[in-house]
Design a protein around this ligand. Structure first.
Ligand SMILES: Cc1ncc(COP(=O)(O)O)c(C=O)c1O
Length: 374
């Protein structure tokens, strides 16, 4: 079919779209955005959603309209794109390393309110040199490793790094951390994990204050733990991302129900290689290879909405082989919908998202920050 230009309002049946296609249920998207905004408001914390999930300025605008104070991104190129789109309060929750990138960050810091994550003395020093050269100052949050062992300074070294940041003349804005729900040695309910990560980060904030250092923001992330963390007095901001769409990982952890999942992938059955298998036209070019951690009762790379118990068992680039439960009736040409395990990586593989209400495509959003690695 001939599609209208991207970003325009369109109205045609979603079933006319060629597959695979990423469909966003606009009512569910709106409900998810409102629910998280209300939870943050009720807890008295700022909401700075991570835009890595949707990578779309239009959805970020909806989040801001619902009360988010600014946005979070992982990459400088994403920050540049969102700034070009008019966003003027952006947190890059990722260490920026390398002279050229630091120069770009400093330039961006001269145009908008930019907050940059720092987790090393090298990073802080590079940033201050770049800022001095450009004659600007950017706000800095020191990242503390809360147990994910991915990035962030160890809690017992954090106060020294914070002091370094101040001594170098950078504008300290606070502390941040990210642990999510699955980290080495994770224990307790999601609510308990949220409170634990909050206590860990607040402990570092207290240690800084004991040295006379002013800490404005104490910022935590994650869709599964963010709301619980927000209840802990002293936490000032949360940065959930996945909540806009949700996915199998969230369903598996009871963070949401399947009825809250706002993004599905429309696919077509192209072959029936065996009575218990159906092959669809979405493989690893459409679904990333994330798997739900063992023990959650969800196998494979994606679940089929229409057939409980059916899942994508194998993938090659263009083929997704669905394992069917006994008695499932599936014909070549049938259209099915998949829930991805990890929605952020699935979105990153797609050029556009189709916003759908009552079976009609209402809008087409380009995934403008897809593939932005730098
Ligand atoms: C630094 C950081 N903050 C916030 C988030 C958002 O967490 P979630 O996707 O669970 O909502 C992420 C996700 O990876 C992250 O890496």
């Amino acid at each position: 079919m001939n599609l209208p230009p991207m970003g325009d309002s369109a109205l045609f049946p979603a079933r006319e779209l060629d597959t695979p296609a990423l469909l966003v249920d606009l009512d569910r998207l709106d409900a998810n955005i409102q629910r998280m905004a209300a939870a943050a408001r009720k807890a008295g914390v700022s909401l700075r959603p991570h835009c890595k999930t949707h990578k779309c300025p239009e959805i970020a605008r909806m989040q801001i309209a619902a009360g988010a104070e600014g946005i979070t991104v992982a990459k400088l190129s994403e920050a540049e794109m969102f700034a070009d789109e008019g966003f003027d309060d952006i947190f890059i929750a990722y260490p920026i390393i390398g002279e050229h990138k630091l120069r770009r960050a400093a330039r961006l810091g001269g145009q908008i309110r930019l907050i940059v994550g720092v987790d090393s003395f090298e990073g802080a020093l590079g940033l201050v040199k770049a800022c001095d050269r450009e004659g600007v100052n950017v706000a800095v949050r020191v990242e503390v490793d809360l147990g994910l062992n991915r990035s962030g300074v160890a809690p017992d070294k954090a106060v020294d790094l914070v002091q370094n940041v101040i001594d170098l003349g950078l504008d300290l804005d606070g502390l941040y951390g990210y642990r999510g729900s699955g980290y080495p040695g994770a224990t307790g309910t999601l609510a308990e994990r949220g409170r634990q990560e909050a206590d860990l980060l607040l402990g570092v904030a207290e240690a800084c204050r004991a040295r006379g250092i002013k800490i404005k923001h104490v910022s935590l992330g994650s869709t599964p733990t963010g709301i619980a963390a927000a209840q802990v007095p002293g936490i000032t901001e949360i940065r959930p991302g996945t909540y806009v769409f949700h996915d199998n990982m969230q369903v598996a952890q009871n963070v949401c129900t399947p009825a809250d999942v706002a993004l599905t992938i429309a696919v077509t059955v192209v072959s029936r290689p065996a009575p218990d298998l159906a092959t669809v036209d979405a493989g690893s070019k459409t679904l990333a290879g994330d798997i739900v951690p063992a023990g959650a009762g969800l196998t494979g790379y994606g679940q089929v909405v229409e057939i409980p118990g059916a899942y994508v068992a194998r993938m090659s680039e263009e083929h997704g082989v669905i394992q069917l439960p006994p008695g499932a009736e599936v014909k070549i040409g049938d259209r099915l919908h998949l829930i991805p395990n990890h929605v952020c990586t699935a979105v990153n593989l797609s050029d556009v998202l189709y916003g759908v209400r009552d079976g009609q495509v209402e809008t087409i959003w380009p995934v403008m920050a897809r593939g932005m690695r730098g």
